[in-house]
Write a protein that binds this ligand. Structure first.
Ligand code: ZN
Length: 457
């Protein structure tokens, strides 16, 4: 059975850019938009043209330079905004006008100071006007999750009747719970006339850390577009994180049997580019693309990883574009991991040599948190010039510690080299070949398995 296709609507350049410290100039936005195109997003919300001349220009230049993705421009529900958005989108191959209007009583009363009747009329008029200019119109009832449900149904129905082709249901303040959000989407599908002919979209904020969970609940309830941002940037606590949404569906197709057009190997580079442009760093433990997302320090974890990555890895770093799993060497590391790192640095040791290096490594790791390659090289030099005599050292050509003859590889690296699907993102479901590929353990007189990580427990 074919899996339903989910449209990935990226709002990094609009909602994302609204987050403190994340403003970008036109050139930076264009560069990021080109990366989003490589990443394979379906829709790029390029900006809010009436908000500033810079935003207008950014939408205009992105619309003119990218032909594949739909380019959306945001507009409040009034003629001036819609016209300005349409003007910015003139050069687009696939333009979309995104009209929004708050619908919750609290927004109507205190922010807009209009009645529900006026709100309904304004939404209908703005969508109708947008539709007269552009065939692709999205409508968002802002603060939908705090809107009276019967009234929300009424507004959405009016927007569809006026020509909206996508209706987006924003959890603007990040207040919803997953079950609740899913139920809201179900209710709309049951009660709104014509909703089966349009695409339902999610737009969830992360104020309670539930943006991704809410978006996925929305998809399970029938939404077919997800609005999200790279690194989860956005107003306040941010938007649903694009990389988390995509990988949740890819790693767990048993629970989320949906497809996206995202090229996984561009996730990490996109995240890095955004962080570099905005100079807003990614938190180290951020899922999927954080510095530590694929790092294993505890000895027992490292040992398991070396024997078979499936022990602690539910997706490969390569599947999201991270160059390789980095085993962080710290005081909890075992000698197996240390030997591998030494090999990667071009040094192969006999058991006795390794014992000495390991002894010194543990002392060093106790002093400094993280042992870098440079520290390790220094330590190797120390051992080489001190306690180990040249006759004990294997190799020739005047080098005391010659480069390893063969580099130790993780099983997946072996399978990648053999032409297997390196971007396979469901390793947990792979049985046999990839996980079973041979690993050359660098110890001939390998001691007890336990000893490898006794130090780290
Ligand atoms: Zn938002």
């Amino acid at each position: 059975m074919e899996r339903p296709r989910i449209t990935i609507f990226d709002t990094t350049l609009r909602d994302g850019e609204q987050s403190p410290g994340c403003s970008m100039n036109v050139q930076e936005k264009l560069r990021l938009a080109q990366q989003l195109d490589r990443l394979g997003v379906d829709v790029i919300e390029a900006g809010f043209p009436i908000a500033s001349d810079g935003d207008f220009e950014a939408v205009q230049s992105i619309a003119a330079s990218l032909r594949r993705p739909i380019i959306a421009g945001l507009a409040r529900a009034c003629t001036g905004d819609v016209d300005r958005a349409w003007q910015a989108l003139q050069g687009a191959a696939r333009p979309r006008i995104h009209v929004f209007l708050a619908t919750s009583d609290i927004h109507l009363k205190y922010k807009l100071r209009i009645t529900r009747e006026k709100c309904l009329e304004q939404a209908r008029d703005a969508v109708r006007h947008a539709k007269s200019l552009c065939p692709d119109v999205e409508f968002s009832p802002e603060d939908a999750t705090r809107t009276d449900v019967a009234f929300l149904c009424q507004v959405v129905e009016a927007a569809i009747a006026a020509g909206a082709t996508t209706v987006n249901i924003p959890d603007t303040v990040g207040y919803s719970m997953p079950e609740e959000y899913g139920n809201l989407i179900r209710t709309l599908r049951e009660k709104v006339a014509g909703i089966d002919k349009v695409t339902i979209s999610t737009h969830c904020h992360n104020d309670l850390g539930l943006a991704v969970a809410n978006s996925l609940a929305g998809v399970q309830a029938g939404a077919r577009q997800v609005e999200c941002a790279i690194n989860g940037i956005g107003e306040r606590a941010g938007n649903a994180s694009l990389e988390e949404i995509v990988m949740a569906m890819r790693v767990r197709p048993d629970r989320y049997p949906y497809e996206t057009a995202i090229a996984g190997e561009h996730l990490y580079p996109s995240s890095q580019m955004l962080a570099e442009i905005t100079r807003v760093p990614v938190q180290p433990n951020k899922a999927i693309i954080g510095r530590n997302a694929f790092a294993h320090e505890a000895g027992i974890h490292q040992d398991g990883m070396l024997k078979n990555p499936l022990t602690y890895e539910i997706m490969t770093p390569q599947s999201v574009g991270v160059p390789d799993s980095r085993l962080v060497l710290g005081k909890h590391s075992g000698r197996h991991a240390l030997a591998l790192r030494c090999e990667q640095l071009g040094h192969q040791f006999e058991r006795r040599e390794l014992d000495e290096i390991y002894r010194r490594f543990v002392v060093l790791a106790d002093r400094i948190k993280k042992v870098q390659d440079s520290h390790l090289l220094e330590l190797i030099q120390d051992v080489a010039s001190g306690n180990v005599s040249s006759s004990d050292v294997t190799g020739s050509k005047g080098k005391r510690f010659p480069p390893a003859a063969a580099t130790l590889q993780f099983p997946r690296a072996v399978s990648a080299a053999a032409g297997a699907n390196a971007s396979d993102s469901h390793p947990a479901q792979v049985s046999g070949s990839a996980g079973q590929a041979s690993v050359s353990i660098p110890f001939t007189d390998h001691h007890s398995e336990q000893e490898d990580y006794l130090w780290g427990v």
